[in-house]
Design a protein around this ligand. Structure first.
Ligand code: MG
Length: 270
């Protein structure tokens, strides 16, 4: 069952969304040659706890798996998702996917970003750009009376247009009091299929695109997912609320929200 959020719940989703967005933007600014993902993880955990939030990933334990040990998933280069933080410094030309979630007042916000370390090549720049575009195209489908398959189809069409492998083994999801609620939101699928979207639903939409094959494998640590062909992968994610006026991205910082407001006002005035 998909849980529609009340106005009160939605306020809490907004608060946690803004907090996790602040964490994401802080990490984005920290990423540079020489920093390790363990340092990024420590900063993220401190920001969450200082704000009175719980790092949702720590101890997260799906059936049959070991508890996840870190506040963020840090997945460089050929890692797709669920990577462990390490003390290995990032180097110029790397990309690193950072996925993070926290729980505040009982509600979860979830976001991910792939960042270039220093100067990255044009091929990687395009991978990052197209993956983020897929995310935004998926979000644009989040209107009442559309269907979950519309989100999936929009992501798939754009990713495949650019020749990328679209990861099938991991999906987006409903989100609220639990990090993973119904429905599953695949990054491939047919428009007009799956659940009807209604106002009050909150979704975590998270396309993962690979330069090569869409296939993945999991390393011996039981968590780290890598591309089957050892080519690079990117991941972008927002938590989004469906309103009667369309999608509202919850995982934006205050300043990102006011920038978007300004852009919308300018567009309306034109
Ligand atoms: Mg997620």
């Amino acid at each position: 069952m998909i849980i529609a959020k009340s106005q009160k719940d939605m306020e809490k989703m907004r608060a946690v969304g803004e907090l996790i967005a602040e964490v994401r933007e802080t990490l984005r600014a920290m990423v540079a040659p020489g920093i390790s993902t363990l340092e990024l993880n420590a900063s993220a955990e401190k920001m969450m706890r200082d704000a009175g939030a719980i790092p949702t990933f720590i101890g997260y334990k799906p059936r049959g798996m070991s508890p996840f040990p870190f506040a963020i998933c840090a997945s460089p280069n050929t890692e797709v998702v669920h990577g462990f933080s390490t003390d290995v410094p990032l180097v110029e030309g790397d990309i690193v996917s950072l996925d993070m979630a926290c729980t505040l007042n009982g509600f979860v916000g979830d976001t991910a970003i792939t960042i270039g370390v220093g100067d990255i090549g044009d091929d990687l720049k395009q991978l990052l750009r197209v993956t983020e575009e897929c995310l935004m195209l998926g979000i644009e489908q989040c209107w009442p009376n559309k269907r979950v398959g519309d989100i999936s189809a929009a992501i798939q069409a754009h990713g495949e247009k650019h020749g990328y492998g679209i990861v099938r083994d991991y999906t987006g999801h409903g989100i609220g009091r639990s990090m993973h609620e119904a429905p599953q939101i695949a990054n491939y699928g047919r428009a007009g299929t799956k659940e009807k979207i209604r106002a009050g639903y909150c979704f975590a939409i998270e396309p993962m695109l690979n330069v090569g094959t869409h296939e993945t494998k999991t390393l011996d640590d039981g968590w780290t997912v890598v591309t089957a062909d050892n080519k690079p992968s990117a991941h972008f994610e927002h938590t989004v609320a469906v309103t009667i006026d369309g999608p509202e991205i919850l995982t934006l910082t205050k300043s990102q929200k006011s920038e978007m407001e300004k852009a919308r006002a300018a567009k309306n005035a034109a």
